[in-house]
Design a protein around this ligand. Sequence first.
Ligand SMILES: NC(=O)C1=CN([C@@H]2O[C@H](COP(=O)(O)OP(=O)(O)OC[C@H]3O[C@@H](n4cnc5c(N)ncnc54)[C@H](O)[C@@H]3O)[C@@H](O)[C@H]2O)C=CC1
Ligand SMILES: NCC(=O)COP(=O)(O)O
Length: 323
Amino acid sequence: MRPIAISCGEPAGIGPEIAARAWERLRGEIPLIWLGDPRHLPGAVAWQAVESADEAAAVSGEALPVLTRDFGAPAVPGQPDPSHARGVIDAIRDGVDLVRAGECAGLCTAPIHKAALIDGAGFAHPGHTEYLADLAGVGEVVMMLACPELRVVPATIHIPLSQVPARLTPELLEATIRITHAALIRDFGVTAPRIAIAGLNPHAGEDGKMGREEMLMIAPLLDRLRGEGFDLMGPMSADTMFHASARAGYDAAVCMYHDQALIPIKTIDFSGGVNVTLGLPFIRTSPDHGTAFGIAGKGLADPSSMIAALRMAADMAQARASR
Ligand SMILES: NC(=O)C1=CN([C@@H]2O[C@H](COP(=O)(O)OP(=O)(O)OC[C@H]3O[C@@H](n4cnc5c(N)ncnc54)[C@H](O)[C@@H]3O)[C@@H](O)[C@H]2O)C=CC1
Ligand SMILES: NCC(=O)COP(=O)(O)O
């Protein structure tokens, strides 16, 4: 298969070391190509500079292939350097270009420190998800976090909690459900997706006594989509929809805001969770965690989520290629 491109992410975080450890685990299984400054990799890793994805595929069993960039300075673990910001952003863009050109099978992004990119390079996006949508020229994309026990989708993503009710429109929710439904069929092998939708308010509004978004917006939308044949549950009380027997009743849970979706999955499986962007014209996955500055450079970072993200990207690419 074509290599999976890995963008370096924040050099002062754990991104370079989890990429190196993932390569050690996956060499011989999935060809990789890392986009970054090799000075930021852990000293012990065997890496090799390459010029192309073809060359990366040839050497990936022996060394971590690196499409080298010069960020101008080494990284100090735990201390993001604003002068690295441009390089971090460009590595993501170049990874997208490789995938869109068909040279790589997918992009796996290592975590970025959003504040460093804003301060250092005026990054105009709150996260990869929004940046990738912009690069792809796509209006609506969907963030999904997936582990073997649960898939969750926050309808609103990187916005303050105070802005959630206003941003939660029927149009946004409908697009989120449609994109999720299509991806469950296309990329996750679910033939008849069952999607649970959380309410916004405690007890899903308790018949309007604790909030009216469920009655006025969410329930009517779900009824309309059920009329088209969608198998939808809800609006459900968010506090009781994530225990094991409730999870058995659906293939994905659409939630109203970031933490409503991410707290349950990171509690159930922090090390195995994968962040995947749905609705893009290419494959993008990521570990579910951040830069972990407190443990960067200490050899303590667990590469499991990065490995799961690389395996998911490879599986998605193979499934799409076989269709
Ligand atoms: N996809 C991305 O680019 C993401 C970036 N971030 C960014 O990361 C930065 C730090 O965010 P936090 O909320 O502190 O979350 P975090 O995930 O970086 O850290 C939370 C806790 O989990 C631990 N941890 C995280 N990954 C680990 C690993 N692989 N092995 C062992 N322990 C691990 C950390 O040491 C810390 O105790 C922020 O700037 C945030 O924006 C956060 C999530 C995703
Ligand atoms: N908490 C998830 C997160 O921040 C990931 O965002 P993104 O960079 O993948 O858009």
